[in-house]
Design a protein around this ligand. Structure first.
Ligand SMILES: [Zn+2]
Length: 639
């Protein structure tokens, strides 16, 4: 069988047939489709493995075809098959050759009546979807910690399954852990369950494999609202509960915009700092980085984002990783609508302006093929598609639709879209057909203003794209410009009421000012980055950074976003007083969004590269496998 050539499914929708081809799964759901998974594991911290069984319930449409599953580094002990769960009989299996990106196909021949398959297996200590933390890597320092990260195709490294977002399953799980630790999953979690090392879970709504999630640690729980709460380690739980106290308000605001929250509870798990992402939208239980705990709720846009995924992504899901923008573009747009509903329009404007700036910087560095919303990822790692394009370009496209058709019409469209495709995985073509039917064809004169094909299939951004601006940023820019030209001293910059977003904009604007004359336009306009600064300019930039640091103590900032931006500038301008903090930051934070650009920036000069390698040598064992894969490639790490 050619593993790249199979048909995921034939989905009949809107009277058209759409064939989705998933280049990132060996599975054959059109012949034998997994509908339910029953998991049973021992969590063995000493060996860094999960050991147990996965029992799959299969729906068969081609009786003579085997079941084909995705695996990566799994040790398969034996398989059994059964009809309707009666009497399991020994079965056979073959584990194919392992591909670097896709892992290995597990093929299980099925007897005529068989519709259950039980696989006895264990994971490997290096499983790409699991991170085992030593006590020293946790906040409490006393107990080990385990968490999973399945998106995009890492579920196969801890469960043998059909690892395609087009295959939705329900699941149950029985998990045994050390007696004093608590297990939680992306399922029904009972916060009052006794901590005894024996836990059972049920997820009754069909979800794609990348949303199956597990964490085990010395966790506490705090209630935030009637159906919202937070889990975290003891030293973090109070801070987390304070920071996330608006969560229930956000759920209510989102329901008002896009219809009911359909998943029961919405809880957030704050993980130890090595979590490689900002957040992961595991259903009912968002996983979040502790770097959002800024003390002033200024970074809770991440919660708005992960919550929004309960509609865009978890409810209506991208059918393949080439359709990722259907998850992330919609979610980034929804995130800003939630922020506007809860914190007001100026906050939304600032976030959108920062988003546009990030998008323009990203586009400046990407190949044309990677700037396309409906990206072709054939033969590539799906994590390659996770740039600002699906997020920010996708959100900008939806903003364009909103502005063209008017908010009331566009909100009505989105609400009906989420209803129409609820609990389904869809392709970009299905979205476009629905958009045409439910919005474009109803208003032909307005439709002519939105080049839908150009948005979805072409690189760059259409000339008619919105350009979000922020009056608050315009004020920041005026002050920054006067400071850069030494019209006002550092002490006269009126920062007292600045939010994190205003600080970030100030710092980026100042960095641009070190390179060239500051741009004259207001509010999030695109501008050059700090690359290519001459030695003399660096010296004076570093001196000016010193002035800011003495006044605002930016090197010591406890706000992760501000600290990151400052440290990036410190590398660019060789601002040496920040170097010890840079090292400390890289050794204590594992969020890829922060650490990867810092290593990349360091690696631009020979001395910087030496420093990067020296720090990375110490930090690497504490990073998540996903972050390690990226940074190994960037730094050409040996081995
Ligand atoms: Zn997202």
């Amino acid at each position: 069988m050619n593993r790249f050539l199979f048909c995921l499914c034939l989905i009949i929708s809107l009277g058209i047939m759409t064939r989705a081809q998933d280049f990132h799964s060996y599975a054959n759901p059109s012949a034998a489709r997994v509908r339910h998974i029953d998991l049973d594991w021992d969590v063995l911290f000493d060996q860094k493995i999960l050991k147990g069984t996965a029992t799959l319930t299969i729906e068969r449409t081609s009786p003579d075809k085997p079941l084909i599953l995705d695996t990566r580094d799994l040790k398969i002990e034996k398989v059994e098959t059964s009809a309707d769960g009666k009497q399991y009989a020994p079965g056979t299996f073959t584990l194919g050759a392992s591909d670097k990106i896709l892992g290995a196909p597990l093929t299980i021949p099925l007897p005529a009546q068989a519709n259950r398959v039980r696989i006895y297996y264990s994971t490997s200590p290096g499983a790409s979807g699991l991170q085992w933390l030593a006590p020293a890597q946790t906040a409490g320092k006393k107990e080990p910690f385990l968490f999973t990260q399945s998106e995009a195709i890492h579920a196969r490294s801890w469960i043998p399954l059909q690892d395609s977002p087009a295959v939705r399953v329900t699941y149950t799980a029985h998990v045994r852990t050390p007696r004093n630790l608590l297990a939680v999953m992306s399922a029904e979690n009972d916060a009052s369950t006794p901590v005894d090392g024996d836990y059972s879970f049920r997820m009754t709504q069909p979800i794609p494999s990348y949303l199956i999630a597990l964490a085990v640690g010395d966790l506490r729980f705090r209630k935030l609202g009637p159906r919202t709460g937070v889990y975290a380690e003891a030293p973090v739980i109070d801070r987390a509960a304070r920071e996330l106290s608006d969560t229930e308000k956000m759920v209510v605001a989102t329901e008002r915009l896009y219809g009911p929250y359909r998943w029961g509870r919405y809880d957030i798990l704050v993980l130890p700092p090595s979590f490689p992402y900002g957040g992961m939208e595991n259903p009912r239980l968002t996983f979040a980085t502790p770097t959002i705990l800024a003390g002033d709720k200024s970074l809770v846009s991440l919660v708005a984002h992960e919550l929004a995924h309960s509609w865009s992504g978890n409810l209506v899901t991208n059918a393949t990783w080439g359709d990722l923008w259907l998850n992330e573009g919609f979610t980034t747009y929804l995130e800003r609508r939630i922020l506007e509903a809860v914190y007001g329009r100026p906050r939304e404007e600032m976030e959108a302006a920062l988003g546009l700036r990030d998008l323009n910087e990203e586009i400046a560095s990407l190949d044309d093929r990677d700037e396309i919303l409906h990206i072709d990822l054939k033969g590539r790692d799906p994590d390659d598609g996770s740039t600002d394009i699906p997020y920010e370009k996708g959100a900008l496209f939806l903003r364009h639709l909103e502005q063209t058709f008017g908010r009331a019409r566009f909100d009505r469209f989105l609400k009906s879209y989420f209803n129409h495709f609820a609990f389904q995985s869809i392709t970009t073509d299905q979205f476009v057909a629905y958009l045409k039917q439910d919005l474009l064809d109803k208003y032909p004169a307005l439709s002519a203003k939105v080049p839908v094909d150009e948005w979805i299939k072409k690189p760059g951004v259409p000339a008619s794209a919105p350009r979000p601006t922020s009056p608050k940023f315009a004020q920041v820019e005026r002050q920054a410009q006067r400071w850069l030209s030494r019209e006002i001293p550092t002490t006269r910059i009126a920062t007292a009421r600045w939010t994190t977003q205003e600080w970030l904009h100030f710092l980026k604007f100042v960095q641009d000012g070190f390179v060239s004359e500051p741009p004259a336009s207001a509010g999030g306009s695109p501008s050059p980055t700090g690359r290519g600064l001459g030695e003399g300019a660096k010296l004076s930039a570093a001196a000016r950074m010193g002035e800011l640091d003495r006044a605002f103590h930016l090197t010591r900032s406890g706000n992760s976003e501000i600290a990151f931006q400052w440290l990036l500038m410190s590398i660019r301008n060789q601002y040496e007083p920040a170097y010890p903090r840079l090292e400390e930051f890289l050794l204590s934070v594992g969020r890829r969004k922060f650490i990867r650009p810092l290593y990349q920036e360091l690696a631009k000069t020979p001395e910087g590269k030496q420093r990067a390698l020296a720090i990375y040598r110490r930090a690497r064992p504490t990073y998540h496998p996903i972050a390690v894969t990226s940074i190994d490639a960037d730094l050409k790490w040996p081995g």
